[in-house]
Design a protein. Sequence first.
Length: 231
Amino acid sequence: MSSDTAAMFNSIAATYDFVNKTGSLGFDGFWRGRIVQLLKSIWAQHVLDIACGTGALSWKIVRQLNIQVTGLDPATKMLQIARKKNTRCSHLTRKPFFIEGYAEELPFEDSSFDAITIAFGIRNFQNRTKALHEAFRVLMPGGHLFILDFATPRNRVWSIIFRIYFWHILPFWGRIVSGNKNAYRYLPRSVTHFPQYEELCAELFEAGFSNVRYYAYTGGVSVLYEGERNR
């Protein structure tokens, strides 16, 4: 993520969670929940949540699985909001640890995590190839990478609905709530130019991951990719 993109996210940090929830018609929680279920199935114990933003996924993982989570993001104000959520979760025995940093230069030793998650953030990476290699480096042998992001539905009807909503309705709603007219125009553009389905799977293979696969949700609006680092 470039410094300009980080600045853009800082500018919408205060309303980010609200726009996500309302703009996705509540589906954002369901999509993140699919990651949590997969983390549970592999018995993950130490998760790195890259591009964690306001910590929506980080906190969801901790609340539901009670495991160690480290969140990383370059947007300072997004992280400030993530940390403030601590006061609403005082009953938890484990809490996420949030640090500022970039996916292309992860400040961790090799084989530090048994799972890595990236939810709706990989489109913003300045150097996706380098970031994927960094994720592979810090992942333990046998560990899993989960990437959740938007895609253009392959079904013609869903695709038409998606394009109308993403290019017109959501940017209008995001501008009304956040007061930023450019941030939510960036979203549909970033999705359009982002590799999807088999294309992103191919990039994961090239970065060294094996058993790469994807799961499409809500007509293909959201896609969850999974890859493993061989033991």
